[in-house]
Write a protein that binds this ligand. Structure first.
Ligand SMILES: [Zn+2]
Length: 380
């Protein structure tokens, strides 16, 4: 058996031409794509994207024509800005590299005939290896078979969210709940889940829903922990987006939006206009239904295990900015009060957080099962 092998090391050539300098965009990103090379083996084509430091990426697939593309966060392409590499073997036509406005470098792989993909990261040096297996196109295998849900762990990085007396922080608690929720939804309910963050990083509110819109998610679920001046207040509530009616609703929203209540009142007219003018009624109805499924599941399941200690604050609405940009039904869950001593103790426990995750997953699945079946191949 012969193995054809062709490797293109553009970086080295361009580096020589540039006299050793690295050309990058105006904004300096923290990572740099140093090299993209490909080689053809008997049963697959391998593409290797080599970076200067640890790689953080998302992958996507688009049709007509079929392309697989990878967004490398906060990354500059070294020297091949908007360059195209011609591959033209049995599986791959071209590899294109471009810089997006958001600081993301996008690598687009044009596909010809293929069966599936193996994608993995390696270190030393940091690189992403993409193996495209030869065969007849079968998009269905790669496309998500079921629903897509984006889970958004609130806060992160320099924004800790609410902080408990024992020093636990909302951003850490909700990240753990979100990770467990992803695992349960994917393994138990076959729902594809994307997390807006899977580590301790700061995200703007708009980035969170932009992420969900980009992933064409069916649902957006933001997970939070509540806090109150009244240390006796405890329990669970689920919110959807609307103009707030009570002072309490405004308080919760102002805290999660990280702006003053005064400023919130000012912006209400503007957002109220958006909410009513864009024909969002259907989405609102679905958000309300989703909120009820999630809240009921949380209360029923948590009470089974923790008895009357779980207070039910029901489904509410207010002006959460994190929900404004979502193109899909969206809810925000306040899964307990960090300001309440007994609930803070519970939230500190991994098993309690797992029970919360299980209850949310069950609620999401119940809601999803009321929706009509997905048309095949029509997702993206
Ligand atoms: Zn929060």
């Amino acid at each position: 058996m012969t193995r054809k092998k062709a490797a293109v090391i553009v970086f080295v050539l361009l580096l020589l031409m540039a006299g050793g300098g690295i050309v990058s965009g105006e904004d300096t990103a923290s990572n740099v794509i140093r090299d993209i090379r490909f080689s053809e083996a008997e049963s697959f084509t391998r593409i290797v994207v080599e970076c200067e430091s640890e790689i953080s990426y998302t992958r996507n697939f688009i049709q007509f024509p079929d392309r697989l593309y990878f967004d490398f966060e906060n990354t500059d392409p070294a020297t091949f800005f908007q360059k195209e590499i011609l591959v033209d073997d049995d599986t791959v036509s071209t590899i294109r590299i471009g810089k997006q406005d958001s600081g993301v470098s996008r690598v687009v792989i044009g596909l010809k005939s293929y069966s599936d993909f193996n994608i993995y990261s390696l270190e030393d040096p940091h690189r992403l290896v993409i193996d495209i297996n030869k065969g007849t196109s079968s998009i269905e295998e790669f496309m998500p078979k079921g629903r897509v849900v984006v889970i958004d762990p609130g806060h992160g990085g320099r924004d800790p969210g609410a902080i408990g007396r024992r020093g636990i922080q909302e951003k850490d608690i909700v990240l753990d709940i979100a990770k467990q929720l992803k695992k349960i939804l994917e393994t138990k309910y076959a729902v594809k889940v994307f997390l807006t963050r899977d580590d301790d990083r700061y995200l703007e509110l708009k980035e969170r829903t932009d992420f969900a819109n980009r992933h064409n998610a069916d649902l957006f679920v933001s997970v939070h922990i509540n806090a109150s001046r009244d240390r006796d207040t405890k329990g669970i509530e689920t919110w959807f987006l609307n103009i707030p009616s009570s002072e309490y609703d405004k308080k919760v929203a102002a805290r999660e939006n990280a702006i003053s209540e005064e400023k919130m009142k000012e912006s209400q007219t503007e957002v109220g206009f958006i909410l009513t003018s864009l024909g969002r009624e259907l989405k609102k109805e679905e958000s309300i239904r989703l909120a009820h499924y999630v809240q009921n599941s949380l209360i029923n399941n948590m009470r089974k295990k923790y008895k009357r200690r779980i207070d039910d604050h029901g489904v509410k609405y207010t002006l959460f900015y994190v929900l404004v940009g979502a193109d899909m039904p969206a809810v925000l869950i306040e899964s307990g009060f960090i300001s309440n001593p007994s609930e803070e103790l519970l939230l500190k426990k991994s098993t309690y957080r797992k029970d919360i995750a299980h209850s949310i997953a069950k609620g999401i699945n119940s809601y999803l099962s009321t929706l009509p079946d997905l048309p095949k191949l029509a997702r993206r």
